[in-house]
Design a binder for this molecule. Structure first.
Ligand code: UN1
Length: 513
C-alpha cells in the first residue's frame, strides 16, 4: 500500500511536532521535554508530543472535575447519543486511523482496521447500554418499605493503555465510562503517543460540536512517572490499566494505598490444547494467527500449544509448513502476514528468550532470528519461531511479547492437558481444539481452564467486544468491554424508602422511647 504518513496525519489533524496535554480542543504544555515517536515499520521519525508536567496535570484534573458536574447530570441516553456521534466519526476516519495505528505500532493494516472496528463496535454497545444502566429492586422485610439500587457516575476514570492495542483499549474504557457519566484522563503508551493525539482530536470534535465543556476527554503524555500522578491521585476513583504484570503490580499498590478501585488487564500465557479429536486444519489456522498475528504482541497471543502425543508429529509438520509460507515485512503491504516488533528493546527480549529457552533444553523447530537489509529498515523485523519445550521451563512460564510458540506434549486424558495449561501464573485466554463433547465440556467446567477466556474450536486471540474481557491470577482479575463490565465505572447505591408513618427496624429489633 502506497501512502504518505503526512497525509494521514493531516487527515487526523495531528501536527507532527509538540502536541501536548489536552482537555479537548484545548492543548497546552509547560514542558520542554518531548517524546519522539519513530515507526517500527521503517525506523522513520513520525512526530513528537510534549510530556505532561505536574502543573499541566493539575490543570487537567481541575478541568475534568468541572466537566464532570455537567456530564453527570446529562441524561445517560443523551450521553449515549454523543458516543453514537463519536462512533460515526470513527467510521469516517477508519482508514486513516487504521493506517496510523499500523504505521506507529507496526501491526498489519488489516489489524489496524480491525482495531478501529473494535472501537466502533464498543461505541454501538455503549449506545445501547446508555438506556440499560439497570439496578435491581428488592423486597423489603419491613411493611410499607421499598428497596432498590441505583448506579451513579464515579467521577474521573484514569486510563493507562499499552502500545499493542493503542486505540481500541482506550475506546473500550472510554465509551463505557462516558455513557456511565464519567470523565476520562488517558495516558496512552509512550511508544504510540500520536495515535493518542488522533483519538483525542476525534473526541474533542464531537464534544465541541455538541457545546459540551472541555475536560470530558483528556489526554496526558509520559512514562510511569506521569502515570504515577494518576494512580496516586485520590481525585481519580478508578484506574483502568492494561499492560505488563510488572506495571500492574505497581499500579495496584498505588491505587490500593488510597483505597481506590483498579481494573487491571495484564499479561497472558495463553495455550491451545490440541486433542486427538481436533480438526487439524482449524488448529493450524488458529494457532498460526494466534502466535504470529500482531507479531505475537497481543495479550491474547497464543504462546503454548499443548498437543496430544498421538497428534504431535502431524501438528508439528503442519505448523512448519504453514510457518514456511509466512511473509514478513512492511505491515502496510497487505501481502505480508507479519510486521515488526514495537522497538529494538522488544527485539532484544525476543532474542534473549530464544537463547534462554535453548539453554533450558528447548529445541528449535522453526528457527528464529532478526531480519536485516532492504525492507527491514529500523531493525525490528524478526522471524516467528517454534520451539519444542517442557511445560516447567522458565521461559515457557514467562510471557515474552514476541512471536515465539512453544510446543508441549501431553499423553492420556484431556485432564492432563488442562493441568499443564493451568500451571502458569497468568490466566487470560485459553482454547481447546476438539470435536469431542466430553473433552470440550470438561475444559469449560469447574475442573477445566482457569482463565477469564476459554474457547472451543477457535484460537486464543480475537475476542469480540460483547463479552467481558480479562483474566485471573497475574492477569489482574479485571473485566473490560462487554457484558456487565460497565458496573465498575459506576458507584452502586442501595436505597430504602419508608412510605408509612411507622419506623419498624430491620431484623425485628425493638427500640421504644
Ligand atoms: C490486548 O492484547 O490487550 O482478543 C487486547 C483480542 C483483541 C484484544 C486484545 N480483541 O485479541
Amino acid at each position: 500500500a502506497k501512502f504518505k504518513i503526512k497525509n494521514v496525519l493531516k487527515e487526523l489533524g495531528v501536527k507532527n511536532t509538540n502536541e501536548g496535554t489536552s482537555t479537548g480542543k484545548n492543548n497546552f504544555s509547560s514542558s520542554d521535554v518531548s517524546i519522539k515517536s519513530y515507526s517500527p515499520v521503517d525506523g522513520e521519525y513520525i512526530g513528537s508530543v510534549k510530556i505532561t508536567t505536574k502543573d499541566d496535570y493539575e490543570k487537567v484534573v481541575e478541568t475534568a472535575q468541572n466537566a464532570f458536574k455537567v456530564w453527570r447530570t446529562t441524561p445517560a441516553p443523551l450521553r449515549g447519543e454523543i458516543v453514537r456521534q463519536f462512533g460515526n466519526k470513527l467510521r469516517e476516519r477508519k482508514e486513516a486511523l487504521g493506517k496510523l495505528v499500523s504505521y506507529e505500532m507496526g501491526k498489519s493494516y488489516q489489524e489496524g482496521l480491525g482495531e478501529v472496528q473494535e472501537m466502533i463496535d464498543i461505541c454501538d454497545f455503549a449506545v445501547g447500554l446508555s438506556r440499560q444502566l439497570h439496578g435491581l429492586t428488592m423486597h423489603s422485610e419491613r411493611p410499607g418499605h421499598r428497596m432498590y439500587e441505583q448506579y451513579h457516575p464515579l467521577g474521573i476514570v484514569g486510563i493507562i493503555s499499552a502500545f499493542n492495542f493503542p486505540v481500541a483499549v482506550w475506546a473500550w474504557n472510554t465509551a463505557l465510562a462516558w455513557v456511565c457519566g464519567d470523565v476520562c484522563i488517558w495516558k496512552p503508551s509512550e511508544k504510540t503517543p500520536l495515535t493518542g493525539v488522533a483519538c483525542q482530536n476525534i473526541a474533542a470534535e464531537v464534544f465541541a460540536d455538541n457545546n459540551l465543556p472541555e475536560g470530558i476527554s483528556n489526554v496526558i503524555y509520559g512514562d510511569q512517572h506521569v502515570g504515577g500522578l494518576l494512580t496516586k491521585d485520590v481525585r481519580v476513583p478508578l484506574i483502568s490499566a492494561t499492560g505488563s504484570t510488572r506495571m500492574g503490580k505497581i499500579v495496584a499498590q498505588d491505587v490500593a494505598a488510597r483505597l481506590g478501585k483498579s481494573l487491571l488487564e495484564l499479561g497472558g500465557n495463553n495455550a491451545i490444547i490440541v486433542t486427538p479429536d481436533a480438526d487439524i486444519k482449524m488448529t493450524v489456522i488458529g494457532a498460526v494467527f494466534g502466535a504470529v498475528g500482531t507479531c505475537g504482541q497481543r495479550c491474547t497471543s497464543t504462546r503454548r500449544l499443548i498437543i496430544h502425543e498421538s497428534m504431535y508429529d502431524q501438528v508439528r509438520e503442519a505448523l512448519v509448513k504453514a510457518y514456511n509460507q509466512l511473509k514478513i515485512g512492511n505491515p502496510l503491504d497487505e501481502t505480508n502476514h507479519v510486521g515488526p516488533l514495537i522497538d529494538l528493546a522488544a527485539v532484544k527480549m525476543y532474542e534473549n528468550a530464544l537463547v534462554a529457552v535453548e539453554k533450558e533444553g528447548g529445541k528449535s523447530v522453526v528457527v528464529g532470528g532478526v531480519l536485516e537489509g532492504q525492507g527491514y529498515e529500523g531493525g525490528c523485523y524478526v522471524k516467528p519461531a517454534i520451539v519444542e519445550a517442557q511445560p516447567h521451563y522458565k521461559m515457557v512460564q514467562h510471557e515474552t511479547f514476541a512471536p515465539i510458540l512453544y510446543l508441549l506434549r501431553y499423553s492420556g486424558d484431556v485432564s492432563n492437558a488442562i493441568e499443564i495449561q493451568n500451571a502458569v501464573a497468568q490466566g487470560l485466554s485459553s482454547a481447546i481444539m476438539t470435536n469431542n463433547l466430553r473433552e470440550a465440556e470438561q475444559f469449560l467446567s469447574v475442573n477445566g481452564s482457569d482463565c477469564g477466556i476459554a474457547n472451543v474450536n477457535i484460537g486464543t486471540s480475537g475476542a469480540e467486544i460483547g463479552g467481558a474481557f480479562g483474566g485471573e491470577k497475574e492477569t489482574g482479575g479485571g473485566r473490560e468491554s462487554g457484558s456487565d463490565a460497565w458496573k465498575v465505572y459506576m458507584r452502586r447505591q442501595t436505597n430504602t424508602i419508608n412510605y408509612t408513618t411507622n419506623l419498624p427496624l430491620a431484623q425485628g429489633i425493638k427500640f421504644e422511647l
